[in-house]
Write a protein that binds this ligand. Structure first.
Ligand code: ADP
Ligand code: MG
Length: 686
């Protein structure tokens, strides 16, 4: 049960003044459903604005406050274009106030022609016109704007404005309770951090590094502690020691010798399985590193010991793929392999359920359907989870409860992440790394080209499509608003469509799932040959005939993302090519990132360097990608603070593993606060 002290934080946002159904949707979209979430919705950055009398005094890119008088409203020519209000300063200069999407409706009301308004925002240029895109504030009187020249900037979604969020955050902060300290006293003293509630207030007020660090540390501490509780719980469970005699594995007729990394991983797994304490092991290996055969060997060990094994895949398609591969690889061994997904109904399903119960099925492969309550096993001893990063720790725990005794768990992930993040994300597991690719892979040719050579690039794509092979074209998410990103992707699609006609399909994040599936299906089936997409194609598309990937404005992507995108090609026998299109003005870091992509295809190396480059500050604050399990701590803070948080958690576990001392109780609050309460629930009486 959640401690009462935290109740005010877990009240739904509806309880706040001014939160109705209309604003709930954009809040949900940002994951802001409860008071707690709003309080932790920390500013992305702070802006400092300069008041100017007229536009001549301001420079492009500058944040300003200026009095402007609207002279004309220009509705968009089509429903995707922006709505522009032309406005004049005191000396007659014109500036456009530009609105995308639904924001245009407010523009009409806010900016009546002929009436002076105080506008705050960033001055930009569009063609030869000065403009401010989505002004932060438009007010009748200048007093307000001039009083807050230094202001937090919050992440928004369509339908929210900065002032709205500021108001909600203020209400949330006013409800924060005072909580006991959970950080190790010596650590707390040494850092000179503010107490939790003060830190929350300070972090919203100004760029307060100490407050931000403290809050990040809290999150890291909660995470480490929860993972350690899982590990301790796992150690204390009784599993079953599995020893195979090699009889089944000996019958495999693999068409290739195992790599050194595969052999090493298999023997690490074999060692774990022989123990009575249940295995908790992560198998990390880039796409194509050969994780499937390692999983198969592990499952055969369970079968040799007379037990069952299950393999869990995140999607129906992946489950089917695995079933086909594993069934054919395992054929010479004579083990019974079955597929069970949510789609199986009636007789077929009944017969599989019977087989699992009476033990005639040795290996079952499927989606989460294999762990439903209605599915009973004779003796499930090993669970393999593919694409582990798609499942949370909590789900991992649910799986562990399925066997008579706790089954061994082998988790697999194809996302190479740096060691620090592995600790943060999978700290409760032992790790095996497939850091060696099977021999004979054709490296993907990677080229960096200037966007200015667009004509040539499109000609190249045309030649490529003529050979009958397919291609991806990735558009970035770089604008301040999603609508603007979408407009850019749609413009690119329109241009390519002019050239290639029906052969082009567009897939983006705002499409309905059915529309998206239909478009994807046209591409997968080969009916369409060029897929224009925002980064949504990162998720599991396997089209071996796609051998070219073009990434527009590649400098805006993180290295890990570029690596994932490049990994979409090079799955067939044809030579694959990756074209990274760059803008002309590149920062040093951006140059290094692109150079590294050309230099290596080693996912682990890319992941390490990505962390290092990102630690440099670039990309932080803006659109943080969801590649860490954290919402408060950024990459730089994770790297810097995680070791101490980890040590702190370990010390607490050693002294008070049951979290029953004063500080232990405070730590329980922390776990609930960061929703790592599955950690607490593993404790007796938690
Ligand atoms: P992953 O799941 O790690 O992305 P897979 O297990 O699907 O990779 O393996 C990718 C491909 O490499 C498969 O076609 C597989 O048969 C092949 N493969 C696996 N191990 C080896 C090896 N040691 N030598 C050659 N090919 C291998
Ligand atoms: Mg795989």
């Amino acid at each position: 049960m959640r401690p009462e002290a935290l109740n005010p934080l877990f009240v739904e946002c509806d309880a706040l003044d001014g939160v109705g159904p209309k604003i709930k949707k954009p809040l949900d979209k940002l994951g802001l459903t409860r008071v707690r979430d709003l309080a932790y919705h920390l500013p992305e950055r702070f802006v400092t604005r300069r008041p100017v009398e007229d536009l001549d005094q301001a420079s492009e890119g500058e944040q300003i406050v200026i009095a402007l008088t609207p002279v004309e409203h220009r509705a968009p020519r089509n429903n995707r274009g922006p709505y522009r209000v032309l406005a004049q300063d005191s000396v007659g200069n014109i500036c456009a106030l530009t609105y995308f999407g639904r924001a245009s409706y407010t523009a009409k009301k806010l900016l009546p022609v002929g009436e002076k308004r105080w506008v705050s925002g960033r001055l930009d240029r569009y063609g030869d016109m000065l403009q401010i895109v989505h002004p932060d504030h438009v007010e009748k009187e200048g007093g307000g704007a001039l009083a807050r020249l230094n202001e937090p900037v919050y992440g928004l979604s369509e339908g929210l404005t900065q002032p709205r969020v500021v108001g909600l955050v203020e209400q949330a902060l006013a409800r924060l309770p005072e909580l006991p300290e959970w950080i190790e006293p010596s650590q707390f003293e040494r850092e000179g951090w503010p107490a939790w509630r003060d830190a929350m207030h300070l972090a919203h007020k100004s760029e307060n590094a100490s407050a931000r660090d403290r809050l990040a540390y809290d999150e890291l501490l909660a995470n480490s502690l929860a993972l350690m509780l899982v590990r301790a719980d796992n150690r204390s469970r009784k599993g079953q020691s599995l020893r195979g005699d090699g009889s089944l594995r000996g019958k495999l007729q693999l068409p290739f010798p195992l790599t050194g990394a595969q052999t090493r991983s298999i023997s690490e797994i074999e060692g774990d399985l022989a123990q009575e304490a249940p295995m908790l092991r992560l198998l990390q290996g880039d796409v194509g590193a050969g994780k499937t055969v390692v999983a198969l060997e592990a499952m055969l060990i369970a079968n040799e010991a007379g037990k069952q094994a299950a393999l869990l895949a995140p999607t129906e398609i992946l489950a089917r793929q695995h079933y086909e591969t594993i069934r054919s690889m395992a054929a010479p061994t004579g083990v019974e392999v079955a597929l069970l997904t949510g789609r199986d109904k009636g007789r077929a399903r009944e017969s599989i359920l019977m087989g699992l119960m009476d033990g005639s099925i040795d290996i079952v492969i499927g989606t989460h359907a294999i762990f439903q309550d209605s599915v009973a096993y004779k003796d499930l001893a090993l669970v393999v989870v593919d694409e582990q990063h798609r499942f949370g720790v909590q789900q991992r725990l649910q799986l562990a409860s399925k066997g008579k005794r706790t089954p061994h768990t082998l988790a697999m992930t194809a996302t190479p992440i740096p060691r620090t993040l592995t600790l943060a994300q999978y700290g409760e597991m032992d790790v095996s790394r497939l850091d060696e690719m099977p021999p004979g892979r054709k490296p993907i040719i990677t080229r960096v080209m200037s966007m200015e050579r667009m004509g040539e690039i499109v000609d190249g794509v045309a030649r490529h499509l003529k050979t009958g092979q397919q291609a991806f074209w990735v558009c970035p998410m770089v604008h301040e608003s999603e609508a603007a990103d979408l407009a850019a992707a749609e413009a690119r699609y329109a241009a390519l469509n002019d050239r290639f006609g029906d052969a082009v399909v567009l897939v983006h994040g705002q499409m309905k799932p059915e529309e998206k599936d239909a478009a994807m299906e046209r591409f997968v089936s080969g009916e369409a040959s060029l897929l224009v997409a925002t980064t949504v194609i990162e998720v599991g598309v396997d089209v071996p005939n796609a051998t070219l990937v073009v990434v527009e404005q590649a400098e805006h992507f993180g290295l890990a993302q570029l690596h994932q995108l490049r990994g979409r090609v090079g799955r067939g026998s044809e030579q694959a090519v990756c074209l990274l299109l760059r803008s002309n003005a590149l920062s040093e870091t951006a140059k290094r990132r692109l150079a590294l992509m050309r230099e290596t295809q080693d996912g682990f190396r890319i992941a390490e360097e990505d962390l290092e480059l990102r630690g440099g500050g670039e990309l932080l604050g803006t659109r943080q990608s969801g590649d860490t399990p954290f919402r408060v701590a950024n990459l730089e803070q994770i790297t810097r603070l995680l070791p101490a948080a980890h040590a702190d958690a370990r010390l607490l576990m050693e002294r008070d593993g049951g979290l029953s001392s004063e500080r232990g109780k405070a730590a329980r609050l922390l776990l609930y606060l960061f929703e790592r309460d599955w950690g607490v629930q593993l404790l007796r009486g938690g």
